[in-house]
Design a protein around this ligand. Structure first.
Ligand code: AP5
Length: 231
């Protein structure tokens, strides 16, 4: 069984890598952001409570997120293992998770705020099949249309500049402290998230093959993420 967490600032490429690695390893890709967006799209009570927080770039209250996470972790496809993408986001969530399951590794994706902004502004998503594109790094064959089902691609409401600014601040204040926490536990594996998705995938595999070790001291940029160029 393999139990991984992917941490990192918004737009660092966690979802892109988690989807590919989970498919390859036969484990579940559990994205709390995707689960919440599905609830919003379906108009469930949870979705109605979460929508305003997400649109503004703030975290959804812990009790709501923990509820959907517990439910998702109990499903059969998570039995061989899972990649948690976007959870935990703060210390209370990390403490709650520790009571639910042990962990094998925590991968932190390191990307500067400049690169984060570029990736988020260019992201487009298919509303039908949820495939993620990027106008610069992963454009669809026909501009604005999904390669798989032809649907018109959309921009996430929280990929507007004001919401991105809030998400980066929330990451720095609430999520980045988890790097120290998991570093102390010897679980943290930082990777440089610059370069092509294939470059990042290679670094990810190398990081997962290495034994866990205590983290090095962090060089932080204003997002709270470590700037790989500062190494
Ligand atoms: P969530 O969906 O988790 O958003 P996020 O963490 O901000 O992460 P993103 O999905 O924006 O980015 P990513 O790192 O997955 O990057 P991606 O691979 O898509 O959360 C959204 C909201 O839900 C939160 O703000 C909050 O409100 C709520 N929420 C979720 N979890 C919560 C929790 N636990 N507690 C409370 N609230 C919660 O890539 C980004 C773009 O870059 C794409 O266009 C992609 O094609 C492109 N790209 C990827 N890799 C590369 C590469 N190597 N080179 C060039 N382009 C690349």
């Amino acid at each position: 069984m393999l139990r991984l967490i992917f941490l990192g600032p918004p737009g660092a490429g966690k979802g892109t890598q988690a989807a590919n690695l989970a498919r390859e390893l036969g484990v579940a890709h559990l994205s709390t952001g995707d689960l919440l967006r599905s609830a919003v799209a379906a108009g469930t009570p949870l979705g109605r409570q979460a929508e305003g927080h997400m649109r503004a770039g703030r975290l959804v209250p812990d009790d709501l997120v923990l509820g959907i996470l517990r439910e998702r972790l109990s499903q059969p496809d998570a039995r061989p293992g899972f990649i948690l993408d976007g959870f935990p986001r703060n210390v209370p969530q990390a403490k709650a998770l520790a009571e639910i399951t042990p962990l094998d590794r925590v991968v932190s994706f390191e990307l500067s705020s400049h690169d984060v902004l570029e990736r988020l502004v260019g992201r487009r998503v298919c509303p039908r099949c949820q495939t993620v594109y990027n106008v610069v790094s992963r454009p669809p064959r026909e501009a604005g249309r999904c390669d798989l089902d032809g649907a018109d691609l959309e921009q996430r409401p929280d990929d507007r500049p004001e919401a991105i600014t809030t998400r980066l601040a929330v990451y720095a204040e609430q999520t980045a402290p988890l790097l120290e926490h998991y570093g102390r536990l010897g679980l943290l594996r930082p990777i440089d998230a610059r370069g092509s998705p294939d470059d990042v995938a290679r670094r990810l595999r190398t990081a997962l093959e290495e034994r866990p070790r205590p983290s090095r001291s962090a060089v932080r940029d204003p997002t709270g993420s470590r700037d790989p160029s500062a190494r």
